[in-house]
Design a protein around this ligand. Structure first.
Ligand code: KG4
Ligand code: ZN
Length: 339
């Protein structure tokens, strides 16, 4: 069978990335231009600045991806691009580049949902055994997704307010730590103990999550300790926060697997880079005989390799778009899939 090479383009937040993936499982070349240091001073991503940097980076990133692969656009079979969800100004830059190349080189254009990308990052390391459950944990999402087959997504639970990565970043900010806070809290936790009395977030019978309460609890705690002239033990606070978050994520995910009689779990999104979370899920899944897929660290945070990979499976299901494709700040993952 003829090989299929897909050029993926991702620009939904603060990473400009392009990647070429062969047959939906083999990474040929990837380039990621990160703006993390630019946004750090503001304590979060500034949309206007992100868009401007995407404009500066996009051509170079695509050219470098092709040159690293020793390929030309003529060698590419199709172009996959993130069309949402994300920052609208950022998305538009990657999308415009993809549409232009699709038109100029007469290549099919494949719209990819950013979260489908995070899920399919796992396909670069292993086969998918359906049905499975994906726990999507990123800066913008905390979702439990049921997949009956390739490119079929059914949401069975999700956050009612903040996403888990967002909670990590906000808690880090309150503690005076840098952006993004997730990796910093992860590191601090290793040196700390669970000493602070924080609430377990939404510990009920549903598959839903809520992280705004624990975030407010940290705000109040830091505020009160400051007023009393007490010093916050950052390692212990990081550990206490992380323990609650991991407790609820693992508890509800393991229960959802059991209730739906599913034996494959995959983790997806930036927060799946968390070392304690990876360890805890590995232990639990071993105990419960669940086949666990976790993306390697380099595929956890935003990259175009996952977009090119997801695009391959979307393409196989006949998902393509004309040049009227528009970027959307929010889109449902369920509607992107095939029933
Ligand atoms: O998937 P991602 O790169 O972007 C979105 O689609 O949102 O996820 C970024 C999020 C940030 O909130 C960041 O703090 C979090 O992932 N993150 C982590 C870790 N590494 C990244 N959270 C906890 N522990 C980590 N090691
Ligand atoms: Zn992401």
């Amino acid at each position: 069978m003829k090989d299929t090479y897909i050029l993926g383009i991702e620009s939904s937040c603060d990473e400009t990335s392009a990647s070429i993936v062969k047959n939906g499982r083999e990474e040929i070349s990837t380039v990621i231009a990160t703006q993390m240091d630019i946004h750090k001073v503001y304590g979060g991503v500034v949309p206007e600045i992100a868009s401007r940097n995407h404009v500066e980076n996009i051509t170079m990133v695509i050219e470098e991806t092709l040159s690293k692969a020793n390929m030309k656009l003529e060698d590419i079979d199709a172009i996959g691009v993130t069309h949402g969800p994300g920052l609208i100004g950022s998305l538009l830059i990657g999308l415009q580049a993809a549409k232009t190349l699709s038109f100029l080189y007469d290549k099919p254009l494949i719209p990819v949902h950013h979260i489908a990308g995070h899920i399919y990052a796992n396909r670069l390391v292993d086969e998918f055994n359906f049905p499975l459950i994906a726990l999507v944990i990123s800066g913008g999402h905390t979702d439990l997704i049921y997949m009956a087959g390739d490119y079929s997504f059914k949401k069975i639970g999700g956050t009612l307010d903040d996403a888990v990565g967002e909670a990590y970043d906000k808690v880090a900010k309150i503690m005076g730590l840098d952006y993004p806070g997730g990796p910093i809290i992860d590191e601090l936790s290793k040196k700390g103990e669970d000493t602070y009395d924080l609430p377990i977030p939404l510990d009920d019978d549903s598959n839903n999550f809520s992280f705004s309460g624990i975030k407010s609890a940290v705000v109040n705690l830091v505020h009160n300790e400051k007023q009393r002239g007490n010093i916050i033990h950052k390692e212990n606070l990081a550990r206490s926060f992380q323990e609650r978050v991991i407790h609820i994520l693992t508890k509800k995910t393991m229960r959802a697997l059991k209730e739906n009689n599913i034996s494959t779990l995959l983790l997806a999104g930036g927060v799946s880079a968390n070392s304690a979370l990876r360890e805890r899920f590995t232990e639990l899944c071993e105990k419960e005989n669940i086949n666990l897929l976790i993306p390697p660290l380099k595929y956890c945070t935003d990259n175009a390799t996952m977009i090119a990979t997801a695009a391959y499976y979307a393409y196989q299901k006949g998902i393509t778009s004309d040049l009227l494709l528009n970027a959307k700040a929010t889109i449902s993952l369920e509607k992107e899939g095939i029933e």
